[in-house]
Design a protein around this ligand. Structure first.
Ligand code: MG
Length: 248
């Protein structure tokens, strides 16, 4: 069932979403060559807890940390630990925060020091995929309109779309209906209505789209070792379009 939020619930979503992006940006402050992903995660957790919220990912399905930190060929669900960032890496931070009954969810990919032009282009196109996806949103539009727009932008730039993981409804639960795939056909899928809150999150890879999970049961990497980028915001469908909630 797709849950619509009333204006009071949307206000609460706005609060949790604002805290979520603030925590992500706080973590991003720590990104530099020589830092461990664990250190970034610690900053994110501290920020979330300072405001009386809970990291949505901590213990979610047994996930051991407060954020997902995914370096280079890691697409999503990287577990923060003793990996040390180095010049030229790209690193994705994915953060969720649960505040007064509602979750926010967002992700960004950042450069570590100076990166290659092709890595920078992957990050830029992934962000563009998100914006092209949400540009289709209006009352009565369909999930497939978002999916098709994301896929078109990624593939017309020579990149591939990860299919096994998708965006999702978000609200009282971190993952709610509907699924929001990053590939598909315009005019298909559930209709969008004002009051829906969804996480739109292109996961785009530079090489082939095939992925695999490492033996830790979480970390998802590209099979061909190519770079991956992630850009996610929680958005609300409004009476005349869309509003990004995980924005400062
Ligand atoms: Mg998400």
């Amino acid at each position: 069932m797709i849950k619509l939020k009333n204006s009071l619930q949307l206000t609460k979503m706005q609060d949790s979403c604002k805290l979520t992006i603030e925590a992500l940006l706080e973590g991003a402050q720590a990104i530099r060559p020589g830092v461990t992903t664990e250190e970034i995660d610690r900053r994110i957790r501290h920020y979330i807890e300072k405001y009386g919220a809970t990291p949505s990912f901590l213990n979610y399905g047994g996930f051991p940390k407060s954020s997902c930190i995914s370096v280079n060929e890691v697409v999503i669900h990287g577990i923060p630990g003793n990996r040390i960032l180095k010049e030229g890496d790209i690193v994705s931070l994915d953060v969720g925060a649960h505040l007064r009954g509602y979750h926010g969810d967002c992700a960004r990919t950042f450069p570590v020091g100076k990166i290659t032009e092709s890595a920078a282009r992957l990050i830029e196109v992934t962000k563009q995929c998100f914006y092209d996806g949400i540009a289709t949103i209006h009352p009565q539009s369909r999930i497939g309109d978002i999916s098709a727009a994301v896929q078109h932008t990624a593939e017309s730039n020579g990149f591939s779309v990860v299919r096994e993981y998708v965006g999702h409804g978000v609200g009282e639960n971190l993952h709610e209906e509907p699924d929001v795939p990053n590939y598909g056909f315009a005019g298909h899928g559930p209709r969008l209505y004002p009051g829906m809150t969804i996480a739109v999150e292109p996961m785009i890879v530079a090489g082939k789209r095939q992925i695999r999970q490492l033996e830790d049961g979480w970390t998802v990497v590209t099979c061909d070792g190519s770079l991956a980028a992630h850009y996610e915001n929680t958005v609300a469908v409004t009476g005349d379009g869309v509003k990004i909630l995980t924005e400062v």
